[in-house]
Design a protein around this ligand. Structure first.
Ligand SMILES: [Zn+2]
Length: 348
């Protein structure tokens, strides 16, 4: 999603910690970084000091490299004190990837939402050597270029389990309205949606810290996509509902610790931008579909930049999400074109 420039935000730390290092961003709260082999090349993780051990927030991908960095963090900034709990904000691989490893190899307890746990465990067990017919049909219905579709049909698809460690049975559920004690603070749990279903965020009652995962990010708009798993999902509606609700909690002096980019303050401004970005995108899109168009033909108004091969998949699911939202709100109609693509047109 092409973003408004994030004006009005302040970044207390201009530079992130090096791999294997930590920055103490508040008493007893360490900020650390792990690499991702993608355009978005890092994920932030945090460790909160519980006295006799650490609670860590999110984990990075399961890879030899990330495990080695975790080991150097445990030996270094974490001072050899055990990781007793791992909290996963949402089920995406950059966040849940090593939760199972921290459980199995280090005896940590996993805490997350029920949907995040069920999704992550289901997807790690769901191994495909070739794309399913449902996935190919979904891509076709999104208007994927036929040559690309034919190529994908032959290839082993991305499997969640490739970058997420096996997840043993057992976790502790958190849900909307709960409180949790971490790092000497009591946190209110508020559930986000849209980027991932049942995404946990944590709001300290004792100081100004917010652990926001990917629900709230400073300088990039979280990806919002529709997948073959639930083709009629409306994550844009879910996103807007969650942001409008979380916006009411936001204070200017909140220090927001998110899953990517830098810690920041200026949360009320950022919530407004995150909401407005999607209203702006929907407005551009509805003007663009004055004639029928498939999702694959709607990148220009949504992203306002060229989409490279590495981003095509994310761009496509995000375009489907926006078009389907307009359709489900009655602002657009759709019909199946001869090539199998849903094409959407602004309602009269
Ligand atoms: Zn993420």
């Amino acid at each position: 999603m092409k973003d408004l420039p994030p004006t009005g935000l302040r970044y207390p730390w201009a530079e992130p910690p090096e791999h294997g290092q930590a920055i103490e961003v508040a008493p007893g709260i360490l900020w650390m970084r792990l690499p991702l082999p993608m355009k978005l090349d890092h994920v932030n993780v945090y460790a909160l000091d519980d006295g006799d051990g650490w609670t860590v927030i999110d984990t990075g991908f399961a890879s030899k490299k990330t495990k080695a960095i975790w080991q150097s963090l445990m030996d270094g900034p974490l001072g050899g004190k055990p990781i007793t709990r791992v909290i996963v904000t949402h089920h995406h691989p950059d966040h849940v990837g090593l939760a199972g490893w921290l459980q199995s190899d280090f005896g940590a307890d996993l805490i997350t939402t029920r949907t995040a746990w069920l999704f992550a465990r289901m997807l790690t067990l769901d191994v495909q050597d070739t794309p399913t017919e449902e996935s190919l049909n979904f891509y076709r219905s999104a208007g994927m270029d036929p040559a690309m579709l034919a190529q994908r049909a032959k290839e082993r698809p991305f499997n969640f389990g490739d970058i997420v460690a096996p997840m043993p049975l057992g976790y502790t559920r958190i849900k909307q309205g709960d409180t949790i004690r971490i790092g000497g603070r009591t946190w209110d749990i508020h559930i986000g949606n849209g980027h991932a279903p049942e995404h946990a965020t944590f709001w300290s009652r004792d100081d100004n810290i917010v652990l926001s995962g990917d629900q709230i990010l400073p300088s990039i708009s979280p990806n919002i996509g529709v997948y073959a798993t639930e083709p009629m999902a409306d994550p844009i509606a879910d996103w807007l509902e969650a942001c409008e609700r979380l916006r009411l909690l936001a204070q200017d002096d909140h220090l927001v610790l998110g899953g990517h980019k830098l810690p920041f303050t200026g949360l009320p401004t950022r919530m407004r931008q995150l909401i407005d970005n999607h209203h702006g995108a929907l407005k551009r899109l509805i003007e663009y579909i004055d004639t029928p168009k498939a999702a694959s033909e709607c990148f220009a108004p949504l992203f306002k930049r060229t989409i490279g091969d590495g981003e095509y998949g994310l761009a496509l699911v995000e375009a489907v999400a926006h078009l389907s939202h307009l359709y489900q709100e009655g602002r657009a109609t759709r019909h199946k074109r001869e090539d199998g693509a849903w094409v959407y047109q602004a309602a009269e």
